[in-house]
Structure formats: structure tokens, C-alpha cells
Design a protein around this ligand. Sequence first.
Ligand code: ADP
Ligand code: ASP
Ligand code: MG
Length: 491
Amino acid sequence: MVAGIGIGTGIQTLTLTVAKFGGTSVGTAEAIIRSTKIVLNNPQIKVVIVSATSGTTNALAELFDLLVNFQTNPKNPQSKILKLIQEIKEKHLKIIESIGIKETNAIKIIEEFEQKYSQTLPSIQTLTPTLTLKDRDFLLSFGERISAAIFTSTLQKLTKEQEHVQVQKQEKKVKHLSATKIVRTDENFGEANPDMLAIQELTKENLLPLLELNTTESTTVIVTEGFIASTSSGEITTLGRGGSDYSSALIIRGLYQHDPRFNLLEIWTDVDGISTTDPKLVKDARNIRELHLNEAAELAFFGAKVLHPLTLIPLADVDINVYVGNSFKEQNQKGTFIRKNIDPTPLVRALALRNSQTIITLSRVKKPTNYGFLAHVFSILTKYKISVDNVTTSEISTSFTFYDNPNITSDLIEELSKYANVKVEGNLSLVSLIGHKIVKIPDILSSVFKVMEGYHIRAVFMGASKNNISFLIAEEHGVEVINKLHASFLV
Ligand code: ADP
Ligand code: ASP
Ligand code: MG
């Protein structure tokens, strides 16, 4: 348990915690019970944020694709769709049964899900317009809605059975609050952008009063969904895949605004915190005990799936620490602390790999102007909702990298071609070396190039941030290169 580690500025004497549990940490009845016990044994945890059970968001996304196919092609059979709906339903009913929470509200949500998608199936082909990203977000939201209801009921059951509790044996008041009442976004369905000011207001109006923090010994715990949010008109949106981490950061940031005792975010996952690289790719990956917020933010941004890329952005300007730990081995305390003050020595701390990268190179500008070329290009990219990851530019050509994107269409290429010759290359991986002031390590580039001998490096990105060096290589070499760099810099 991380409670009472005494982090913070020292002004506050007490730490209040928001705890987020990822998909595998709520993936089975055993995992849910284990995660519930983490909450019951830490009186500082006041808000709990849960993901959908592992695999469920993928299954719901597959269901959406099947529905779209069915809608556009009347010959497609319904049986596959109905089978998938049943599988999703059964998986959750089994969990509910083995935990023994028959009264849970999750059952009503599962029924709503089943009715909506199986009973309306015969009429779906007559629906116009066809299903949209808004419908997709609504469908995906069932994953988190069901798991939050299950988690709430499990907490309510176990808090009555005090044998699970080692500290402060006191029954907790457990309530559910829908994330749609706290997390406000714009209408960019599929990957909505949060409205932090609105979130602060909603946190104050809807979440804080429920926590009853003014009473001397509040035992209230509020459970809510990660990943899902709502627009100002009440439509459900999502924050993009892996977005529950981001939800938890937005919610603690909202709470902190009104009560700075909320200064610890715990992210519970299926590995021992953040490692030198993805332990699923490199067997020698080592756990990192402490990481600077900027390093962790870059690691997340450049592909370490353990944190959603934007998670740490809302925490950059406030005194909130983050602990990433393993909910399966909670007692080992081998997780990672993300702090703002750590040893400043320049070093290579970690590596990240981001696949499915595309690079667009614009050369031989057709409409030469002394200024405004990049502004034109960026306005076109903005129009197509393309978010640029890296840019490299010279007098005669400019390259941009993107995460593989359905918006990279022939129309976009045509528009860009009015300004320059356009070359698009896909199937690339972005490899990033991350570490505090990494660019200041003497001879760092020549050491990297030595390891990379024999591989074609398509582009190098360095200097925009002191904390990372990134380069693009063929996707097929990604894992091999990460292993070689890890052996060279991190073992
Ligand atoms: P959750 O469902 O808990 O959000 P995720 O699957 O989204 O979990 O993220 C955890 C996974 O992130 C790990 O299982 C691991 O494979 C992957 N990962 C990628 N890079 C790293 C890293 N540097 N350190 C730890 N885990 C990483
Ligand atoms: N359930 C969502 C996903 O799988 C969000 C998350 O797990 O963070 O993408
Ligand atoms: Mg995740």
C-alpha cells in the first residue's frame, strides 16, 4: 500500500488518493476482489476509476464493425453479431455470479446493452444515416458502465465482510457516480478533447459533495468509469483507447483545484510499474523506481502503453504525484513513483516503441513564398484532423510523422500537392530513447548510431525536447532494435 508515504509539499498533512484500475485489474472475479481489497485497505482512497474488463472494449469495437458491415451489406448474417453480444453478456454474468452480487445494477446495464443491440438488429438496415463515431462511443461506453457497476457492488459487499480489511476496520459508504457527470469534453467523438474548466466545475458540483470530506471521519468512496465522458448536451464521448488513465488524471486535477489534499494518483495495472521498456518486448526490462514527470510524459507520448499518451499533461503544473503499481502484487511495493524532483544527472532512462507510423515528405515547394508555407500545410492538416507527432525541416523539404490515420486520404494528398511534391511512406516504427536531459549525454548520437549499424534510419528527431531522441525505422525491425538498444544502454 502506498498510503502514508508522505509525499507532497509538506503544507498538507494528509494525502487523499484517486485510484485507477485498468482492464486486467478488473478482468476476472479474482482480479476485481483483489483490486477491491486495495481500496478497502487504504482509507486515503476516496475516488476509484475503473476500465472495462480486459478484452471488452476490443470486443465492443468488433461488434461496432460488424454492425456497420451488417448495415451496409444486407446479405451479412446476423448470427456473428448475436453470438458476440451473448459472449460479452455471459462473460460479465459469470463474474457477477462468482463474486456473488446478484443485486448489482450491472445486470440492468447488461440488459440494456443486449436489448439495444440484439432486439433492434432487424431494423438496423433501414436506419439512416449509417452508424457514426457517436454511436460507436455510446456502444463502447457499456464496457466501463458495466465494470464500474460491478466494482461498486463488490466494494459494497466486501466492506460488510470486514475480514478483508486489515486497516481501520470501518464499513465504507460506497456510491457510484457516472463519469458523464464529471468529465466534460467537446464533440470530437472517438477521441474527445476534455474541457478542464468545466471538469473543475462539475467536480465541485457533483463529486466533492458526495465525498463528505468536511465531516471528521468520512468513509465514503465514489466509484466512476474511466474512458467515458459527455458533451455539454449530454452525449456520451470517449477519450480514445487507453483513456481511463487520462480520465483519472483529469478527475484528480479537478479535485485538487478545490482540495489540494488530493495529491496522489495511483494507477493500478498488470505490471510492476513503469519499466525501462515494455516488458512484453524485452525480457531484461527493469522496473524504474522513480521517474521525472517530464520523462514519464514523454515515455507515454512516445508509445509506452502503460500510460495513455496525455495522462500527465493535466498534472504538469500542480503538486500531484503518481504511483504506477501492480494490482496483482500490491504488497511488493515495486511500483514507480512519478515525481517532479529527482536526480538531475543526464541519462538514458527508458525506451519506447511506437508502431504504425507514417511520414509525409513535402519537397520542391510549388508556390514559393518567403513565409506562410508551413502555416498553409498545418491548416490543411488541421482540416483533416491530423495530429502531427514530429516535424523535421530543411530549406527544400519538410517531413511530418503521424500515427497511422484513416484521415490520411487521397483528398488530403491532393490538397498538399498544390503546395509541394508529396511522398507518403508507411509501415514505420518510431523508436525513442528517453531520459532526463538525454541530449546532453556526450556522444549520445554516435553511440546510438553504432548500435543501429546496418539498419536504415529514415529520420531522426532531436532537440525539441531535452529528454528524448527519436528515429524512424522499418516497422519489421522495431522489436529487434529495441532489444539491441536496451542491451546497450539499459542493462
Ligand atoms: P491497463 O489495462 O492496466 O491500463 P495496459 O495494457 O493499458 O494496462 O498497460 C499496461 C501494459 O503496458 C503492460 O502490460 C506492458 O506490456 C505495457 N508497457 C509498454 N511499455 C511499458 C513500460 N515502459 N513499462 C511498463 N509497461 C509497459
Ligand atoms: N477500456 C478502454 C480501452 O480498452 C479504456 C482503458 O482501458 O483505459 O481502450
Ligand atoms: Mg491502459
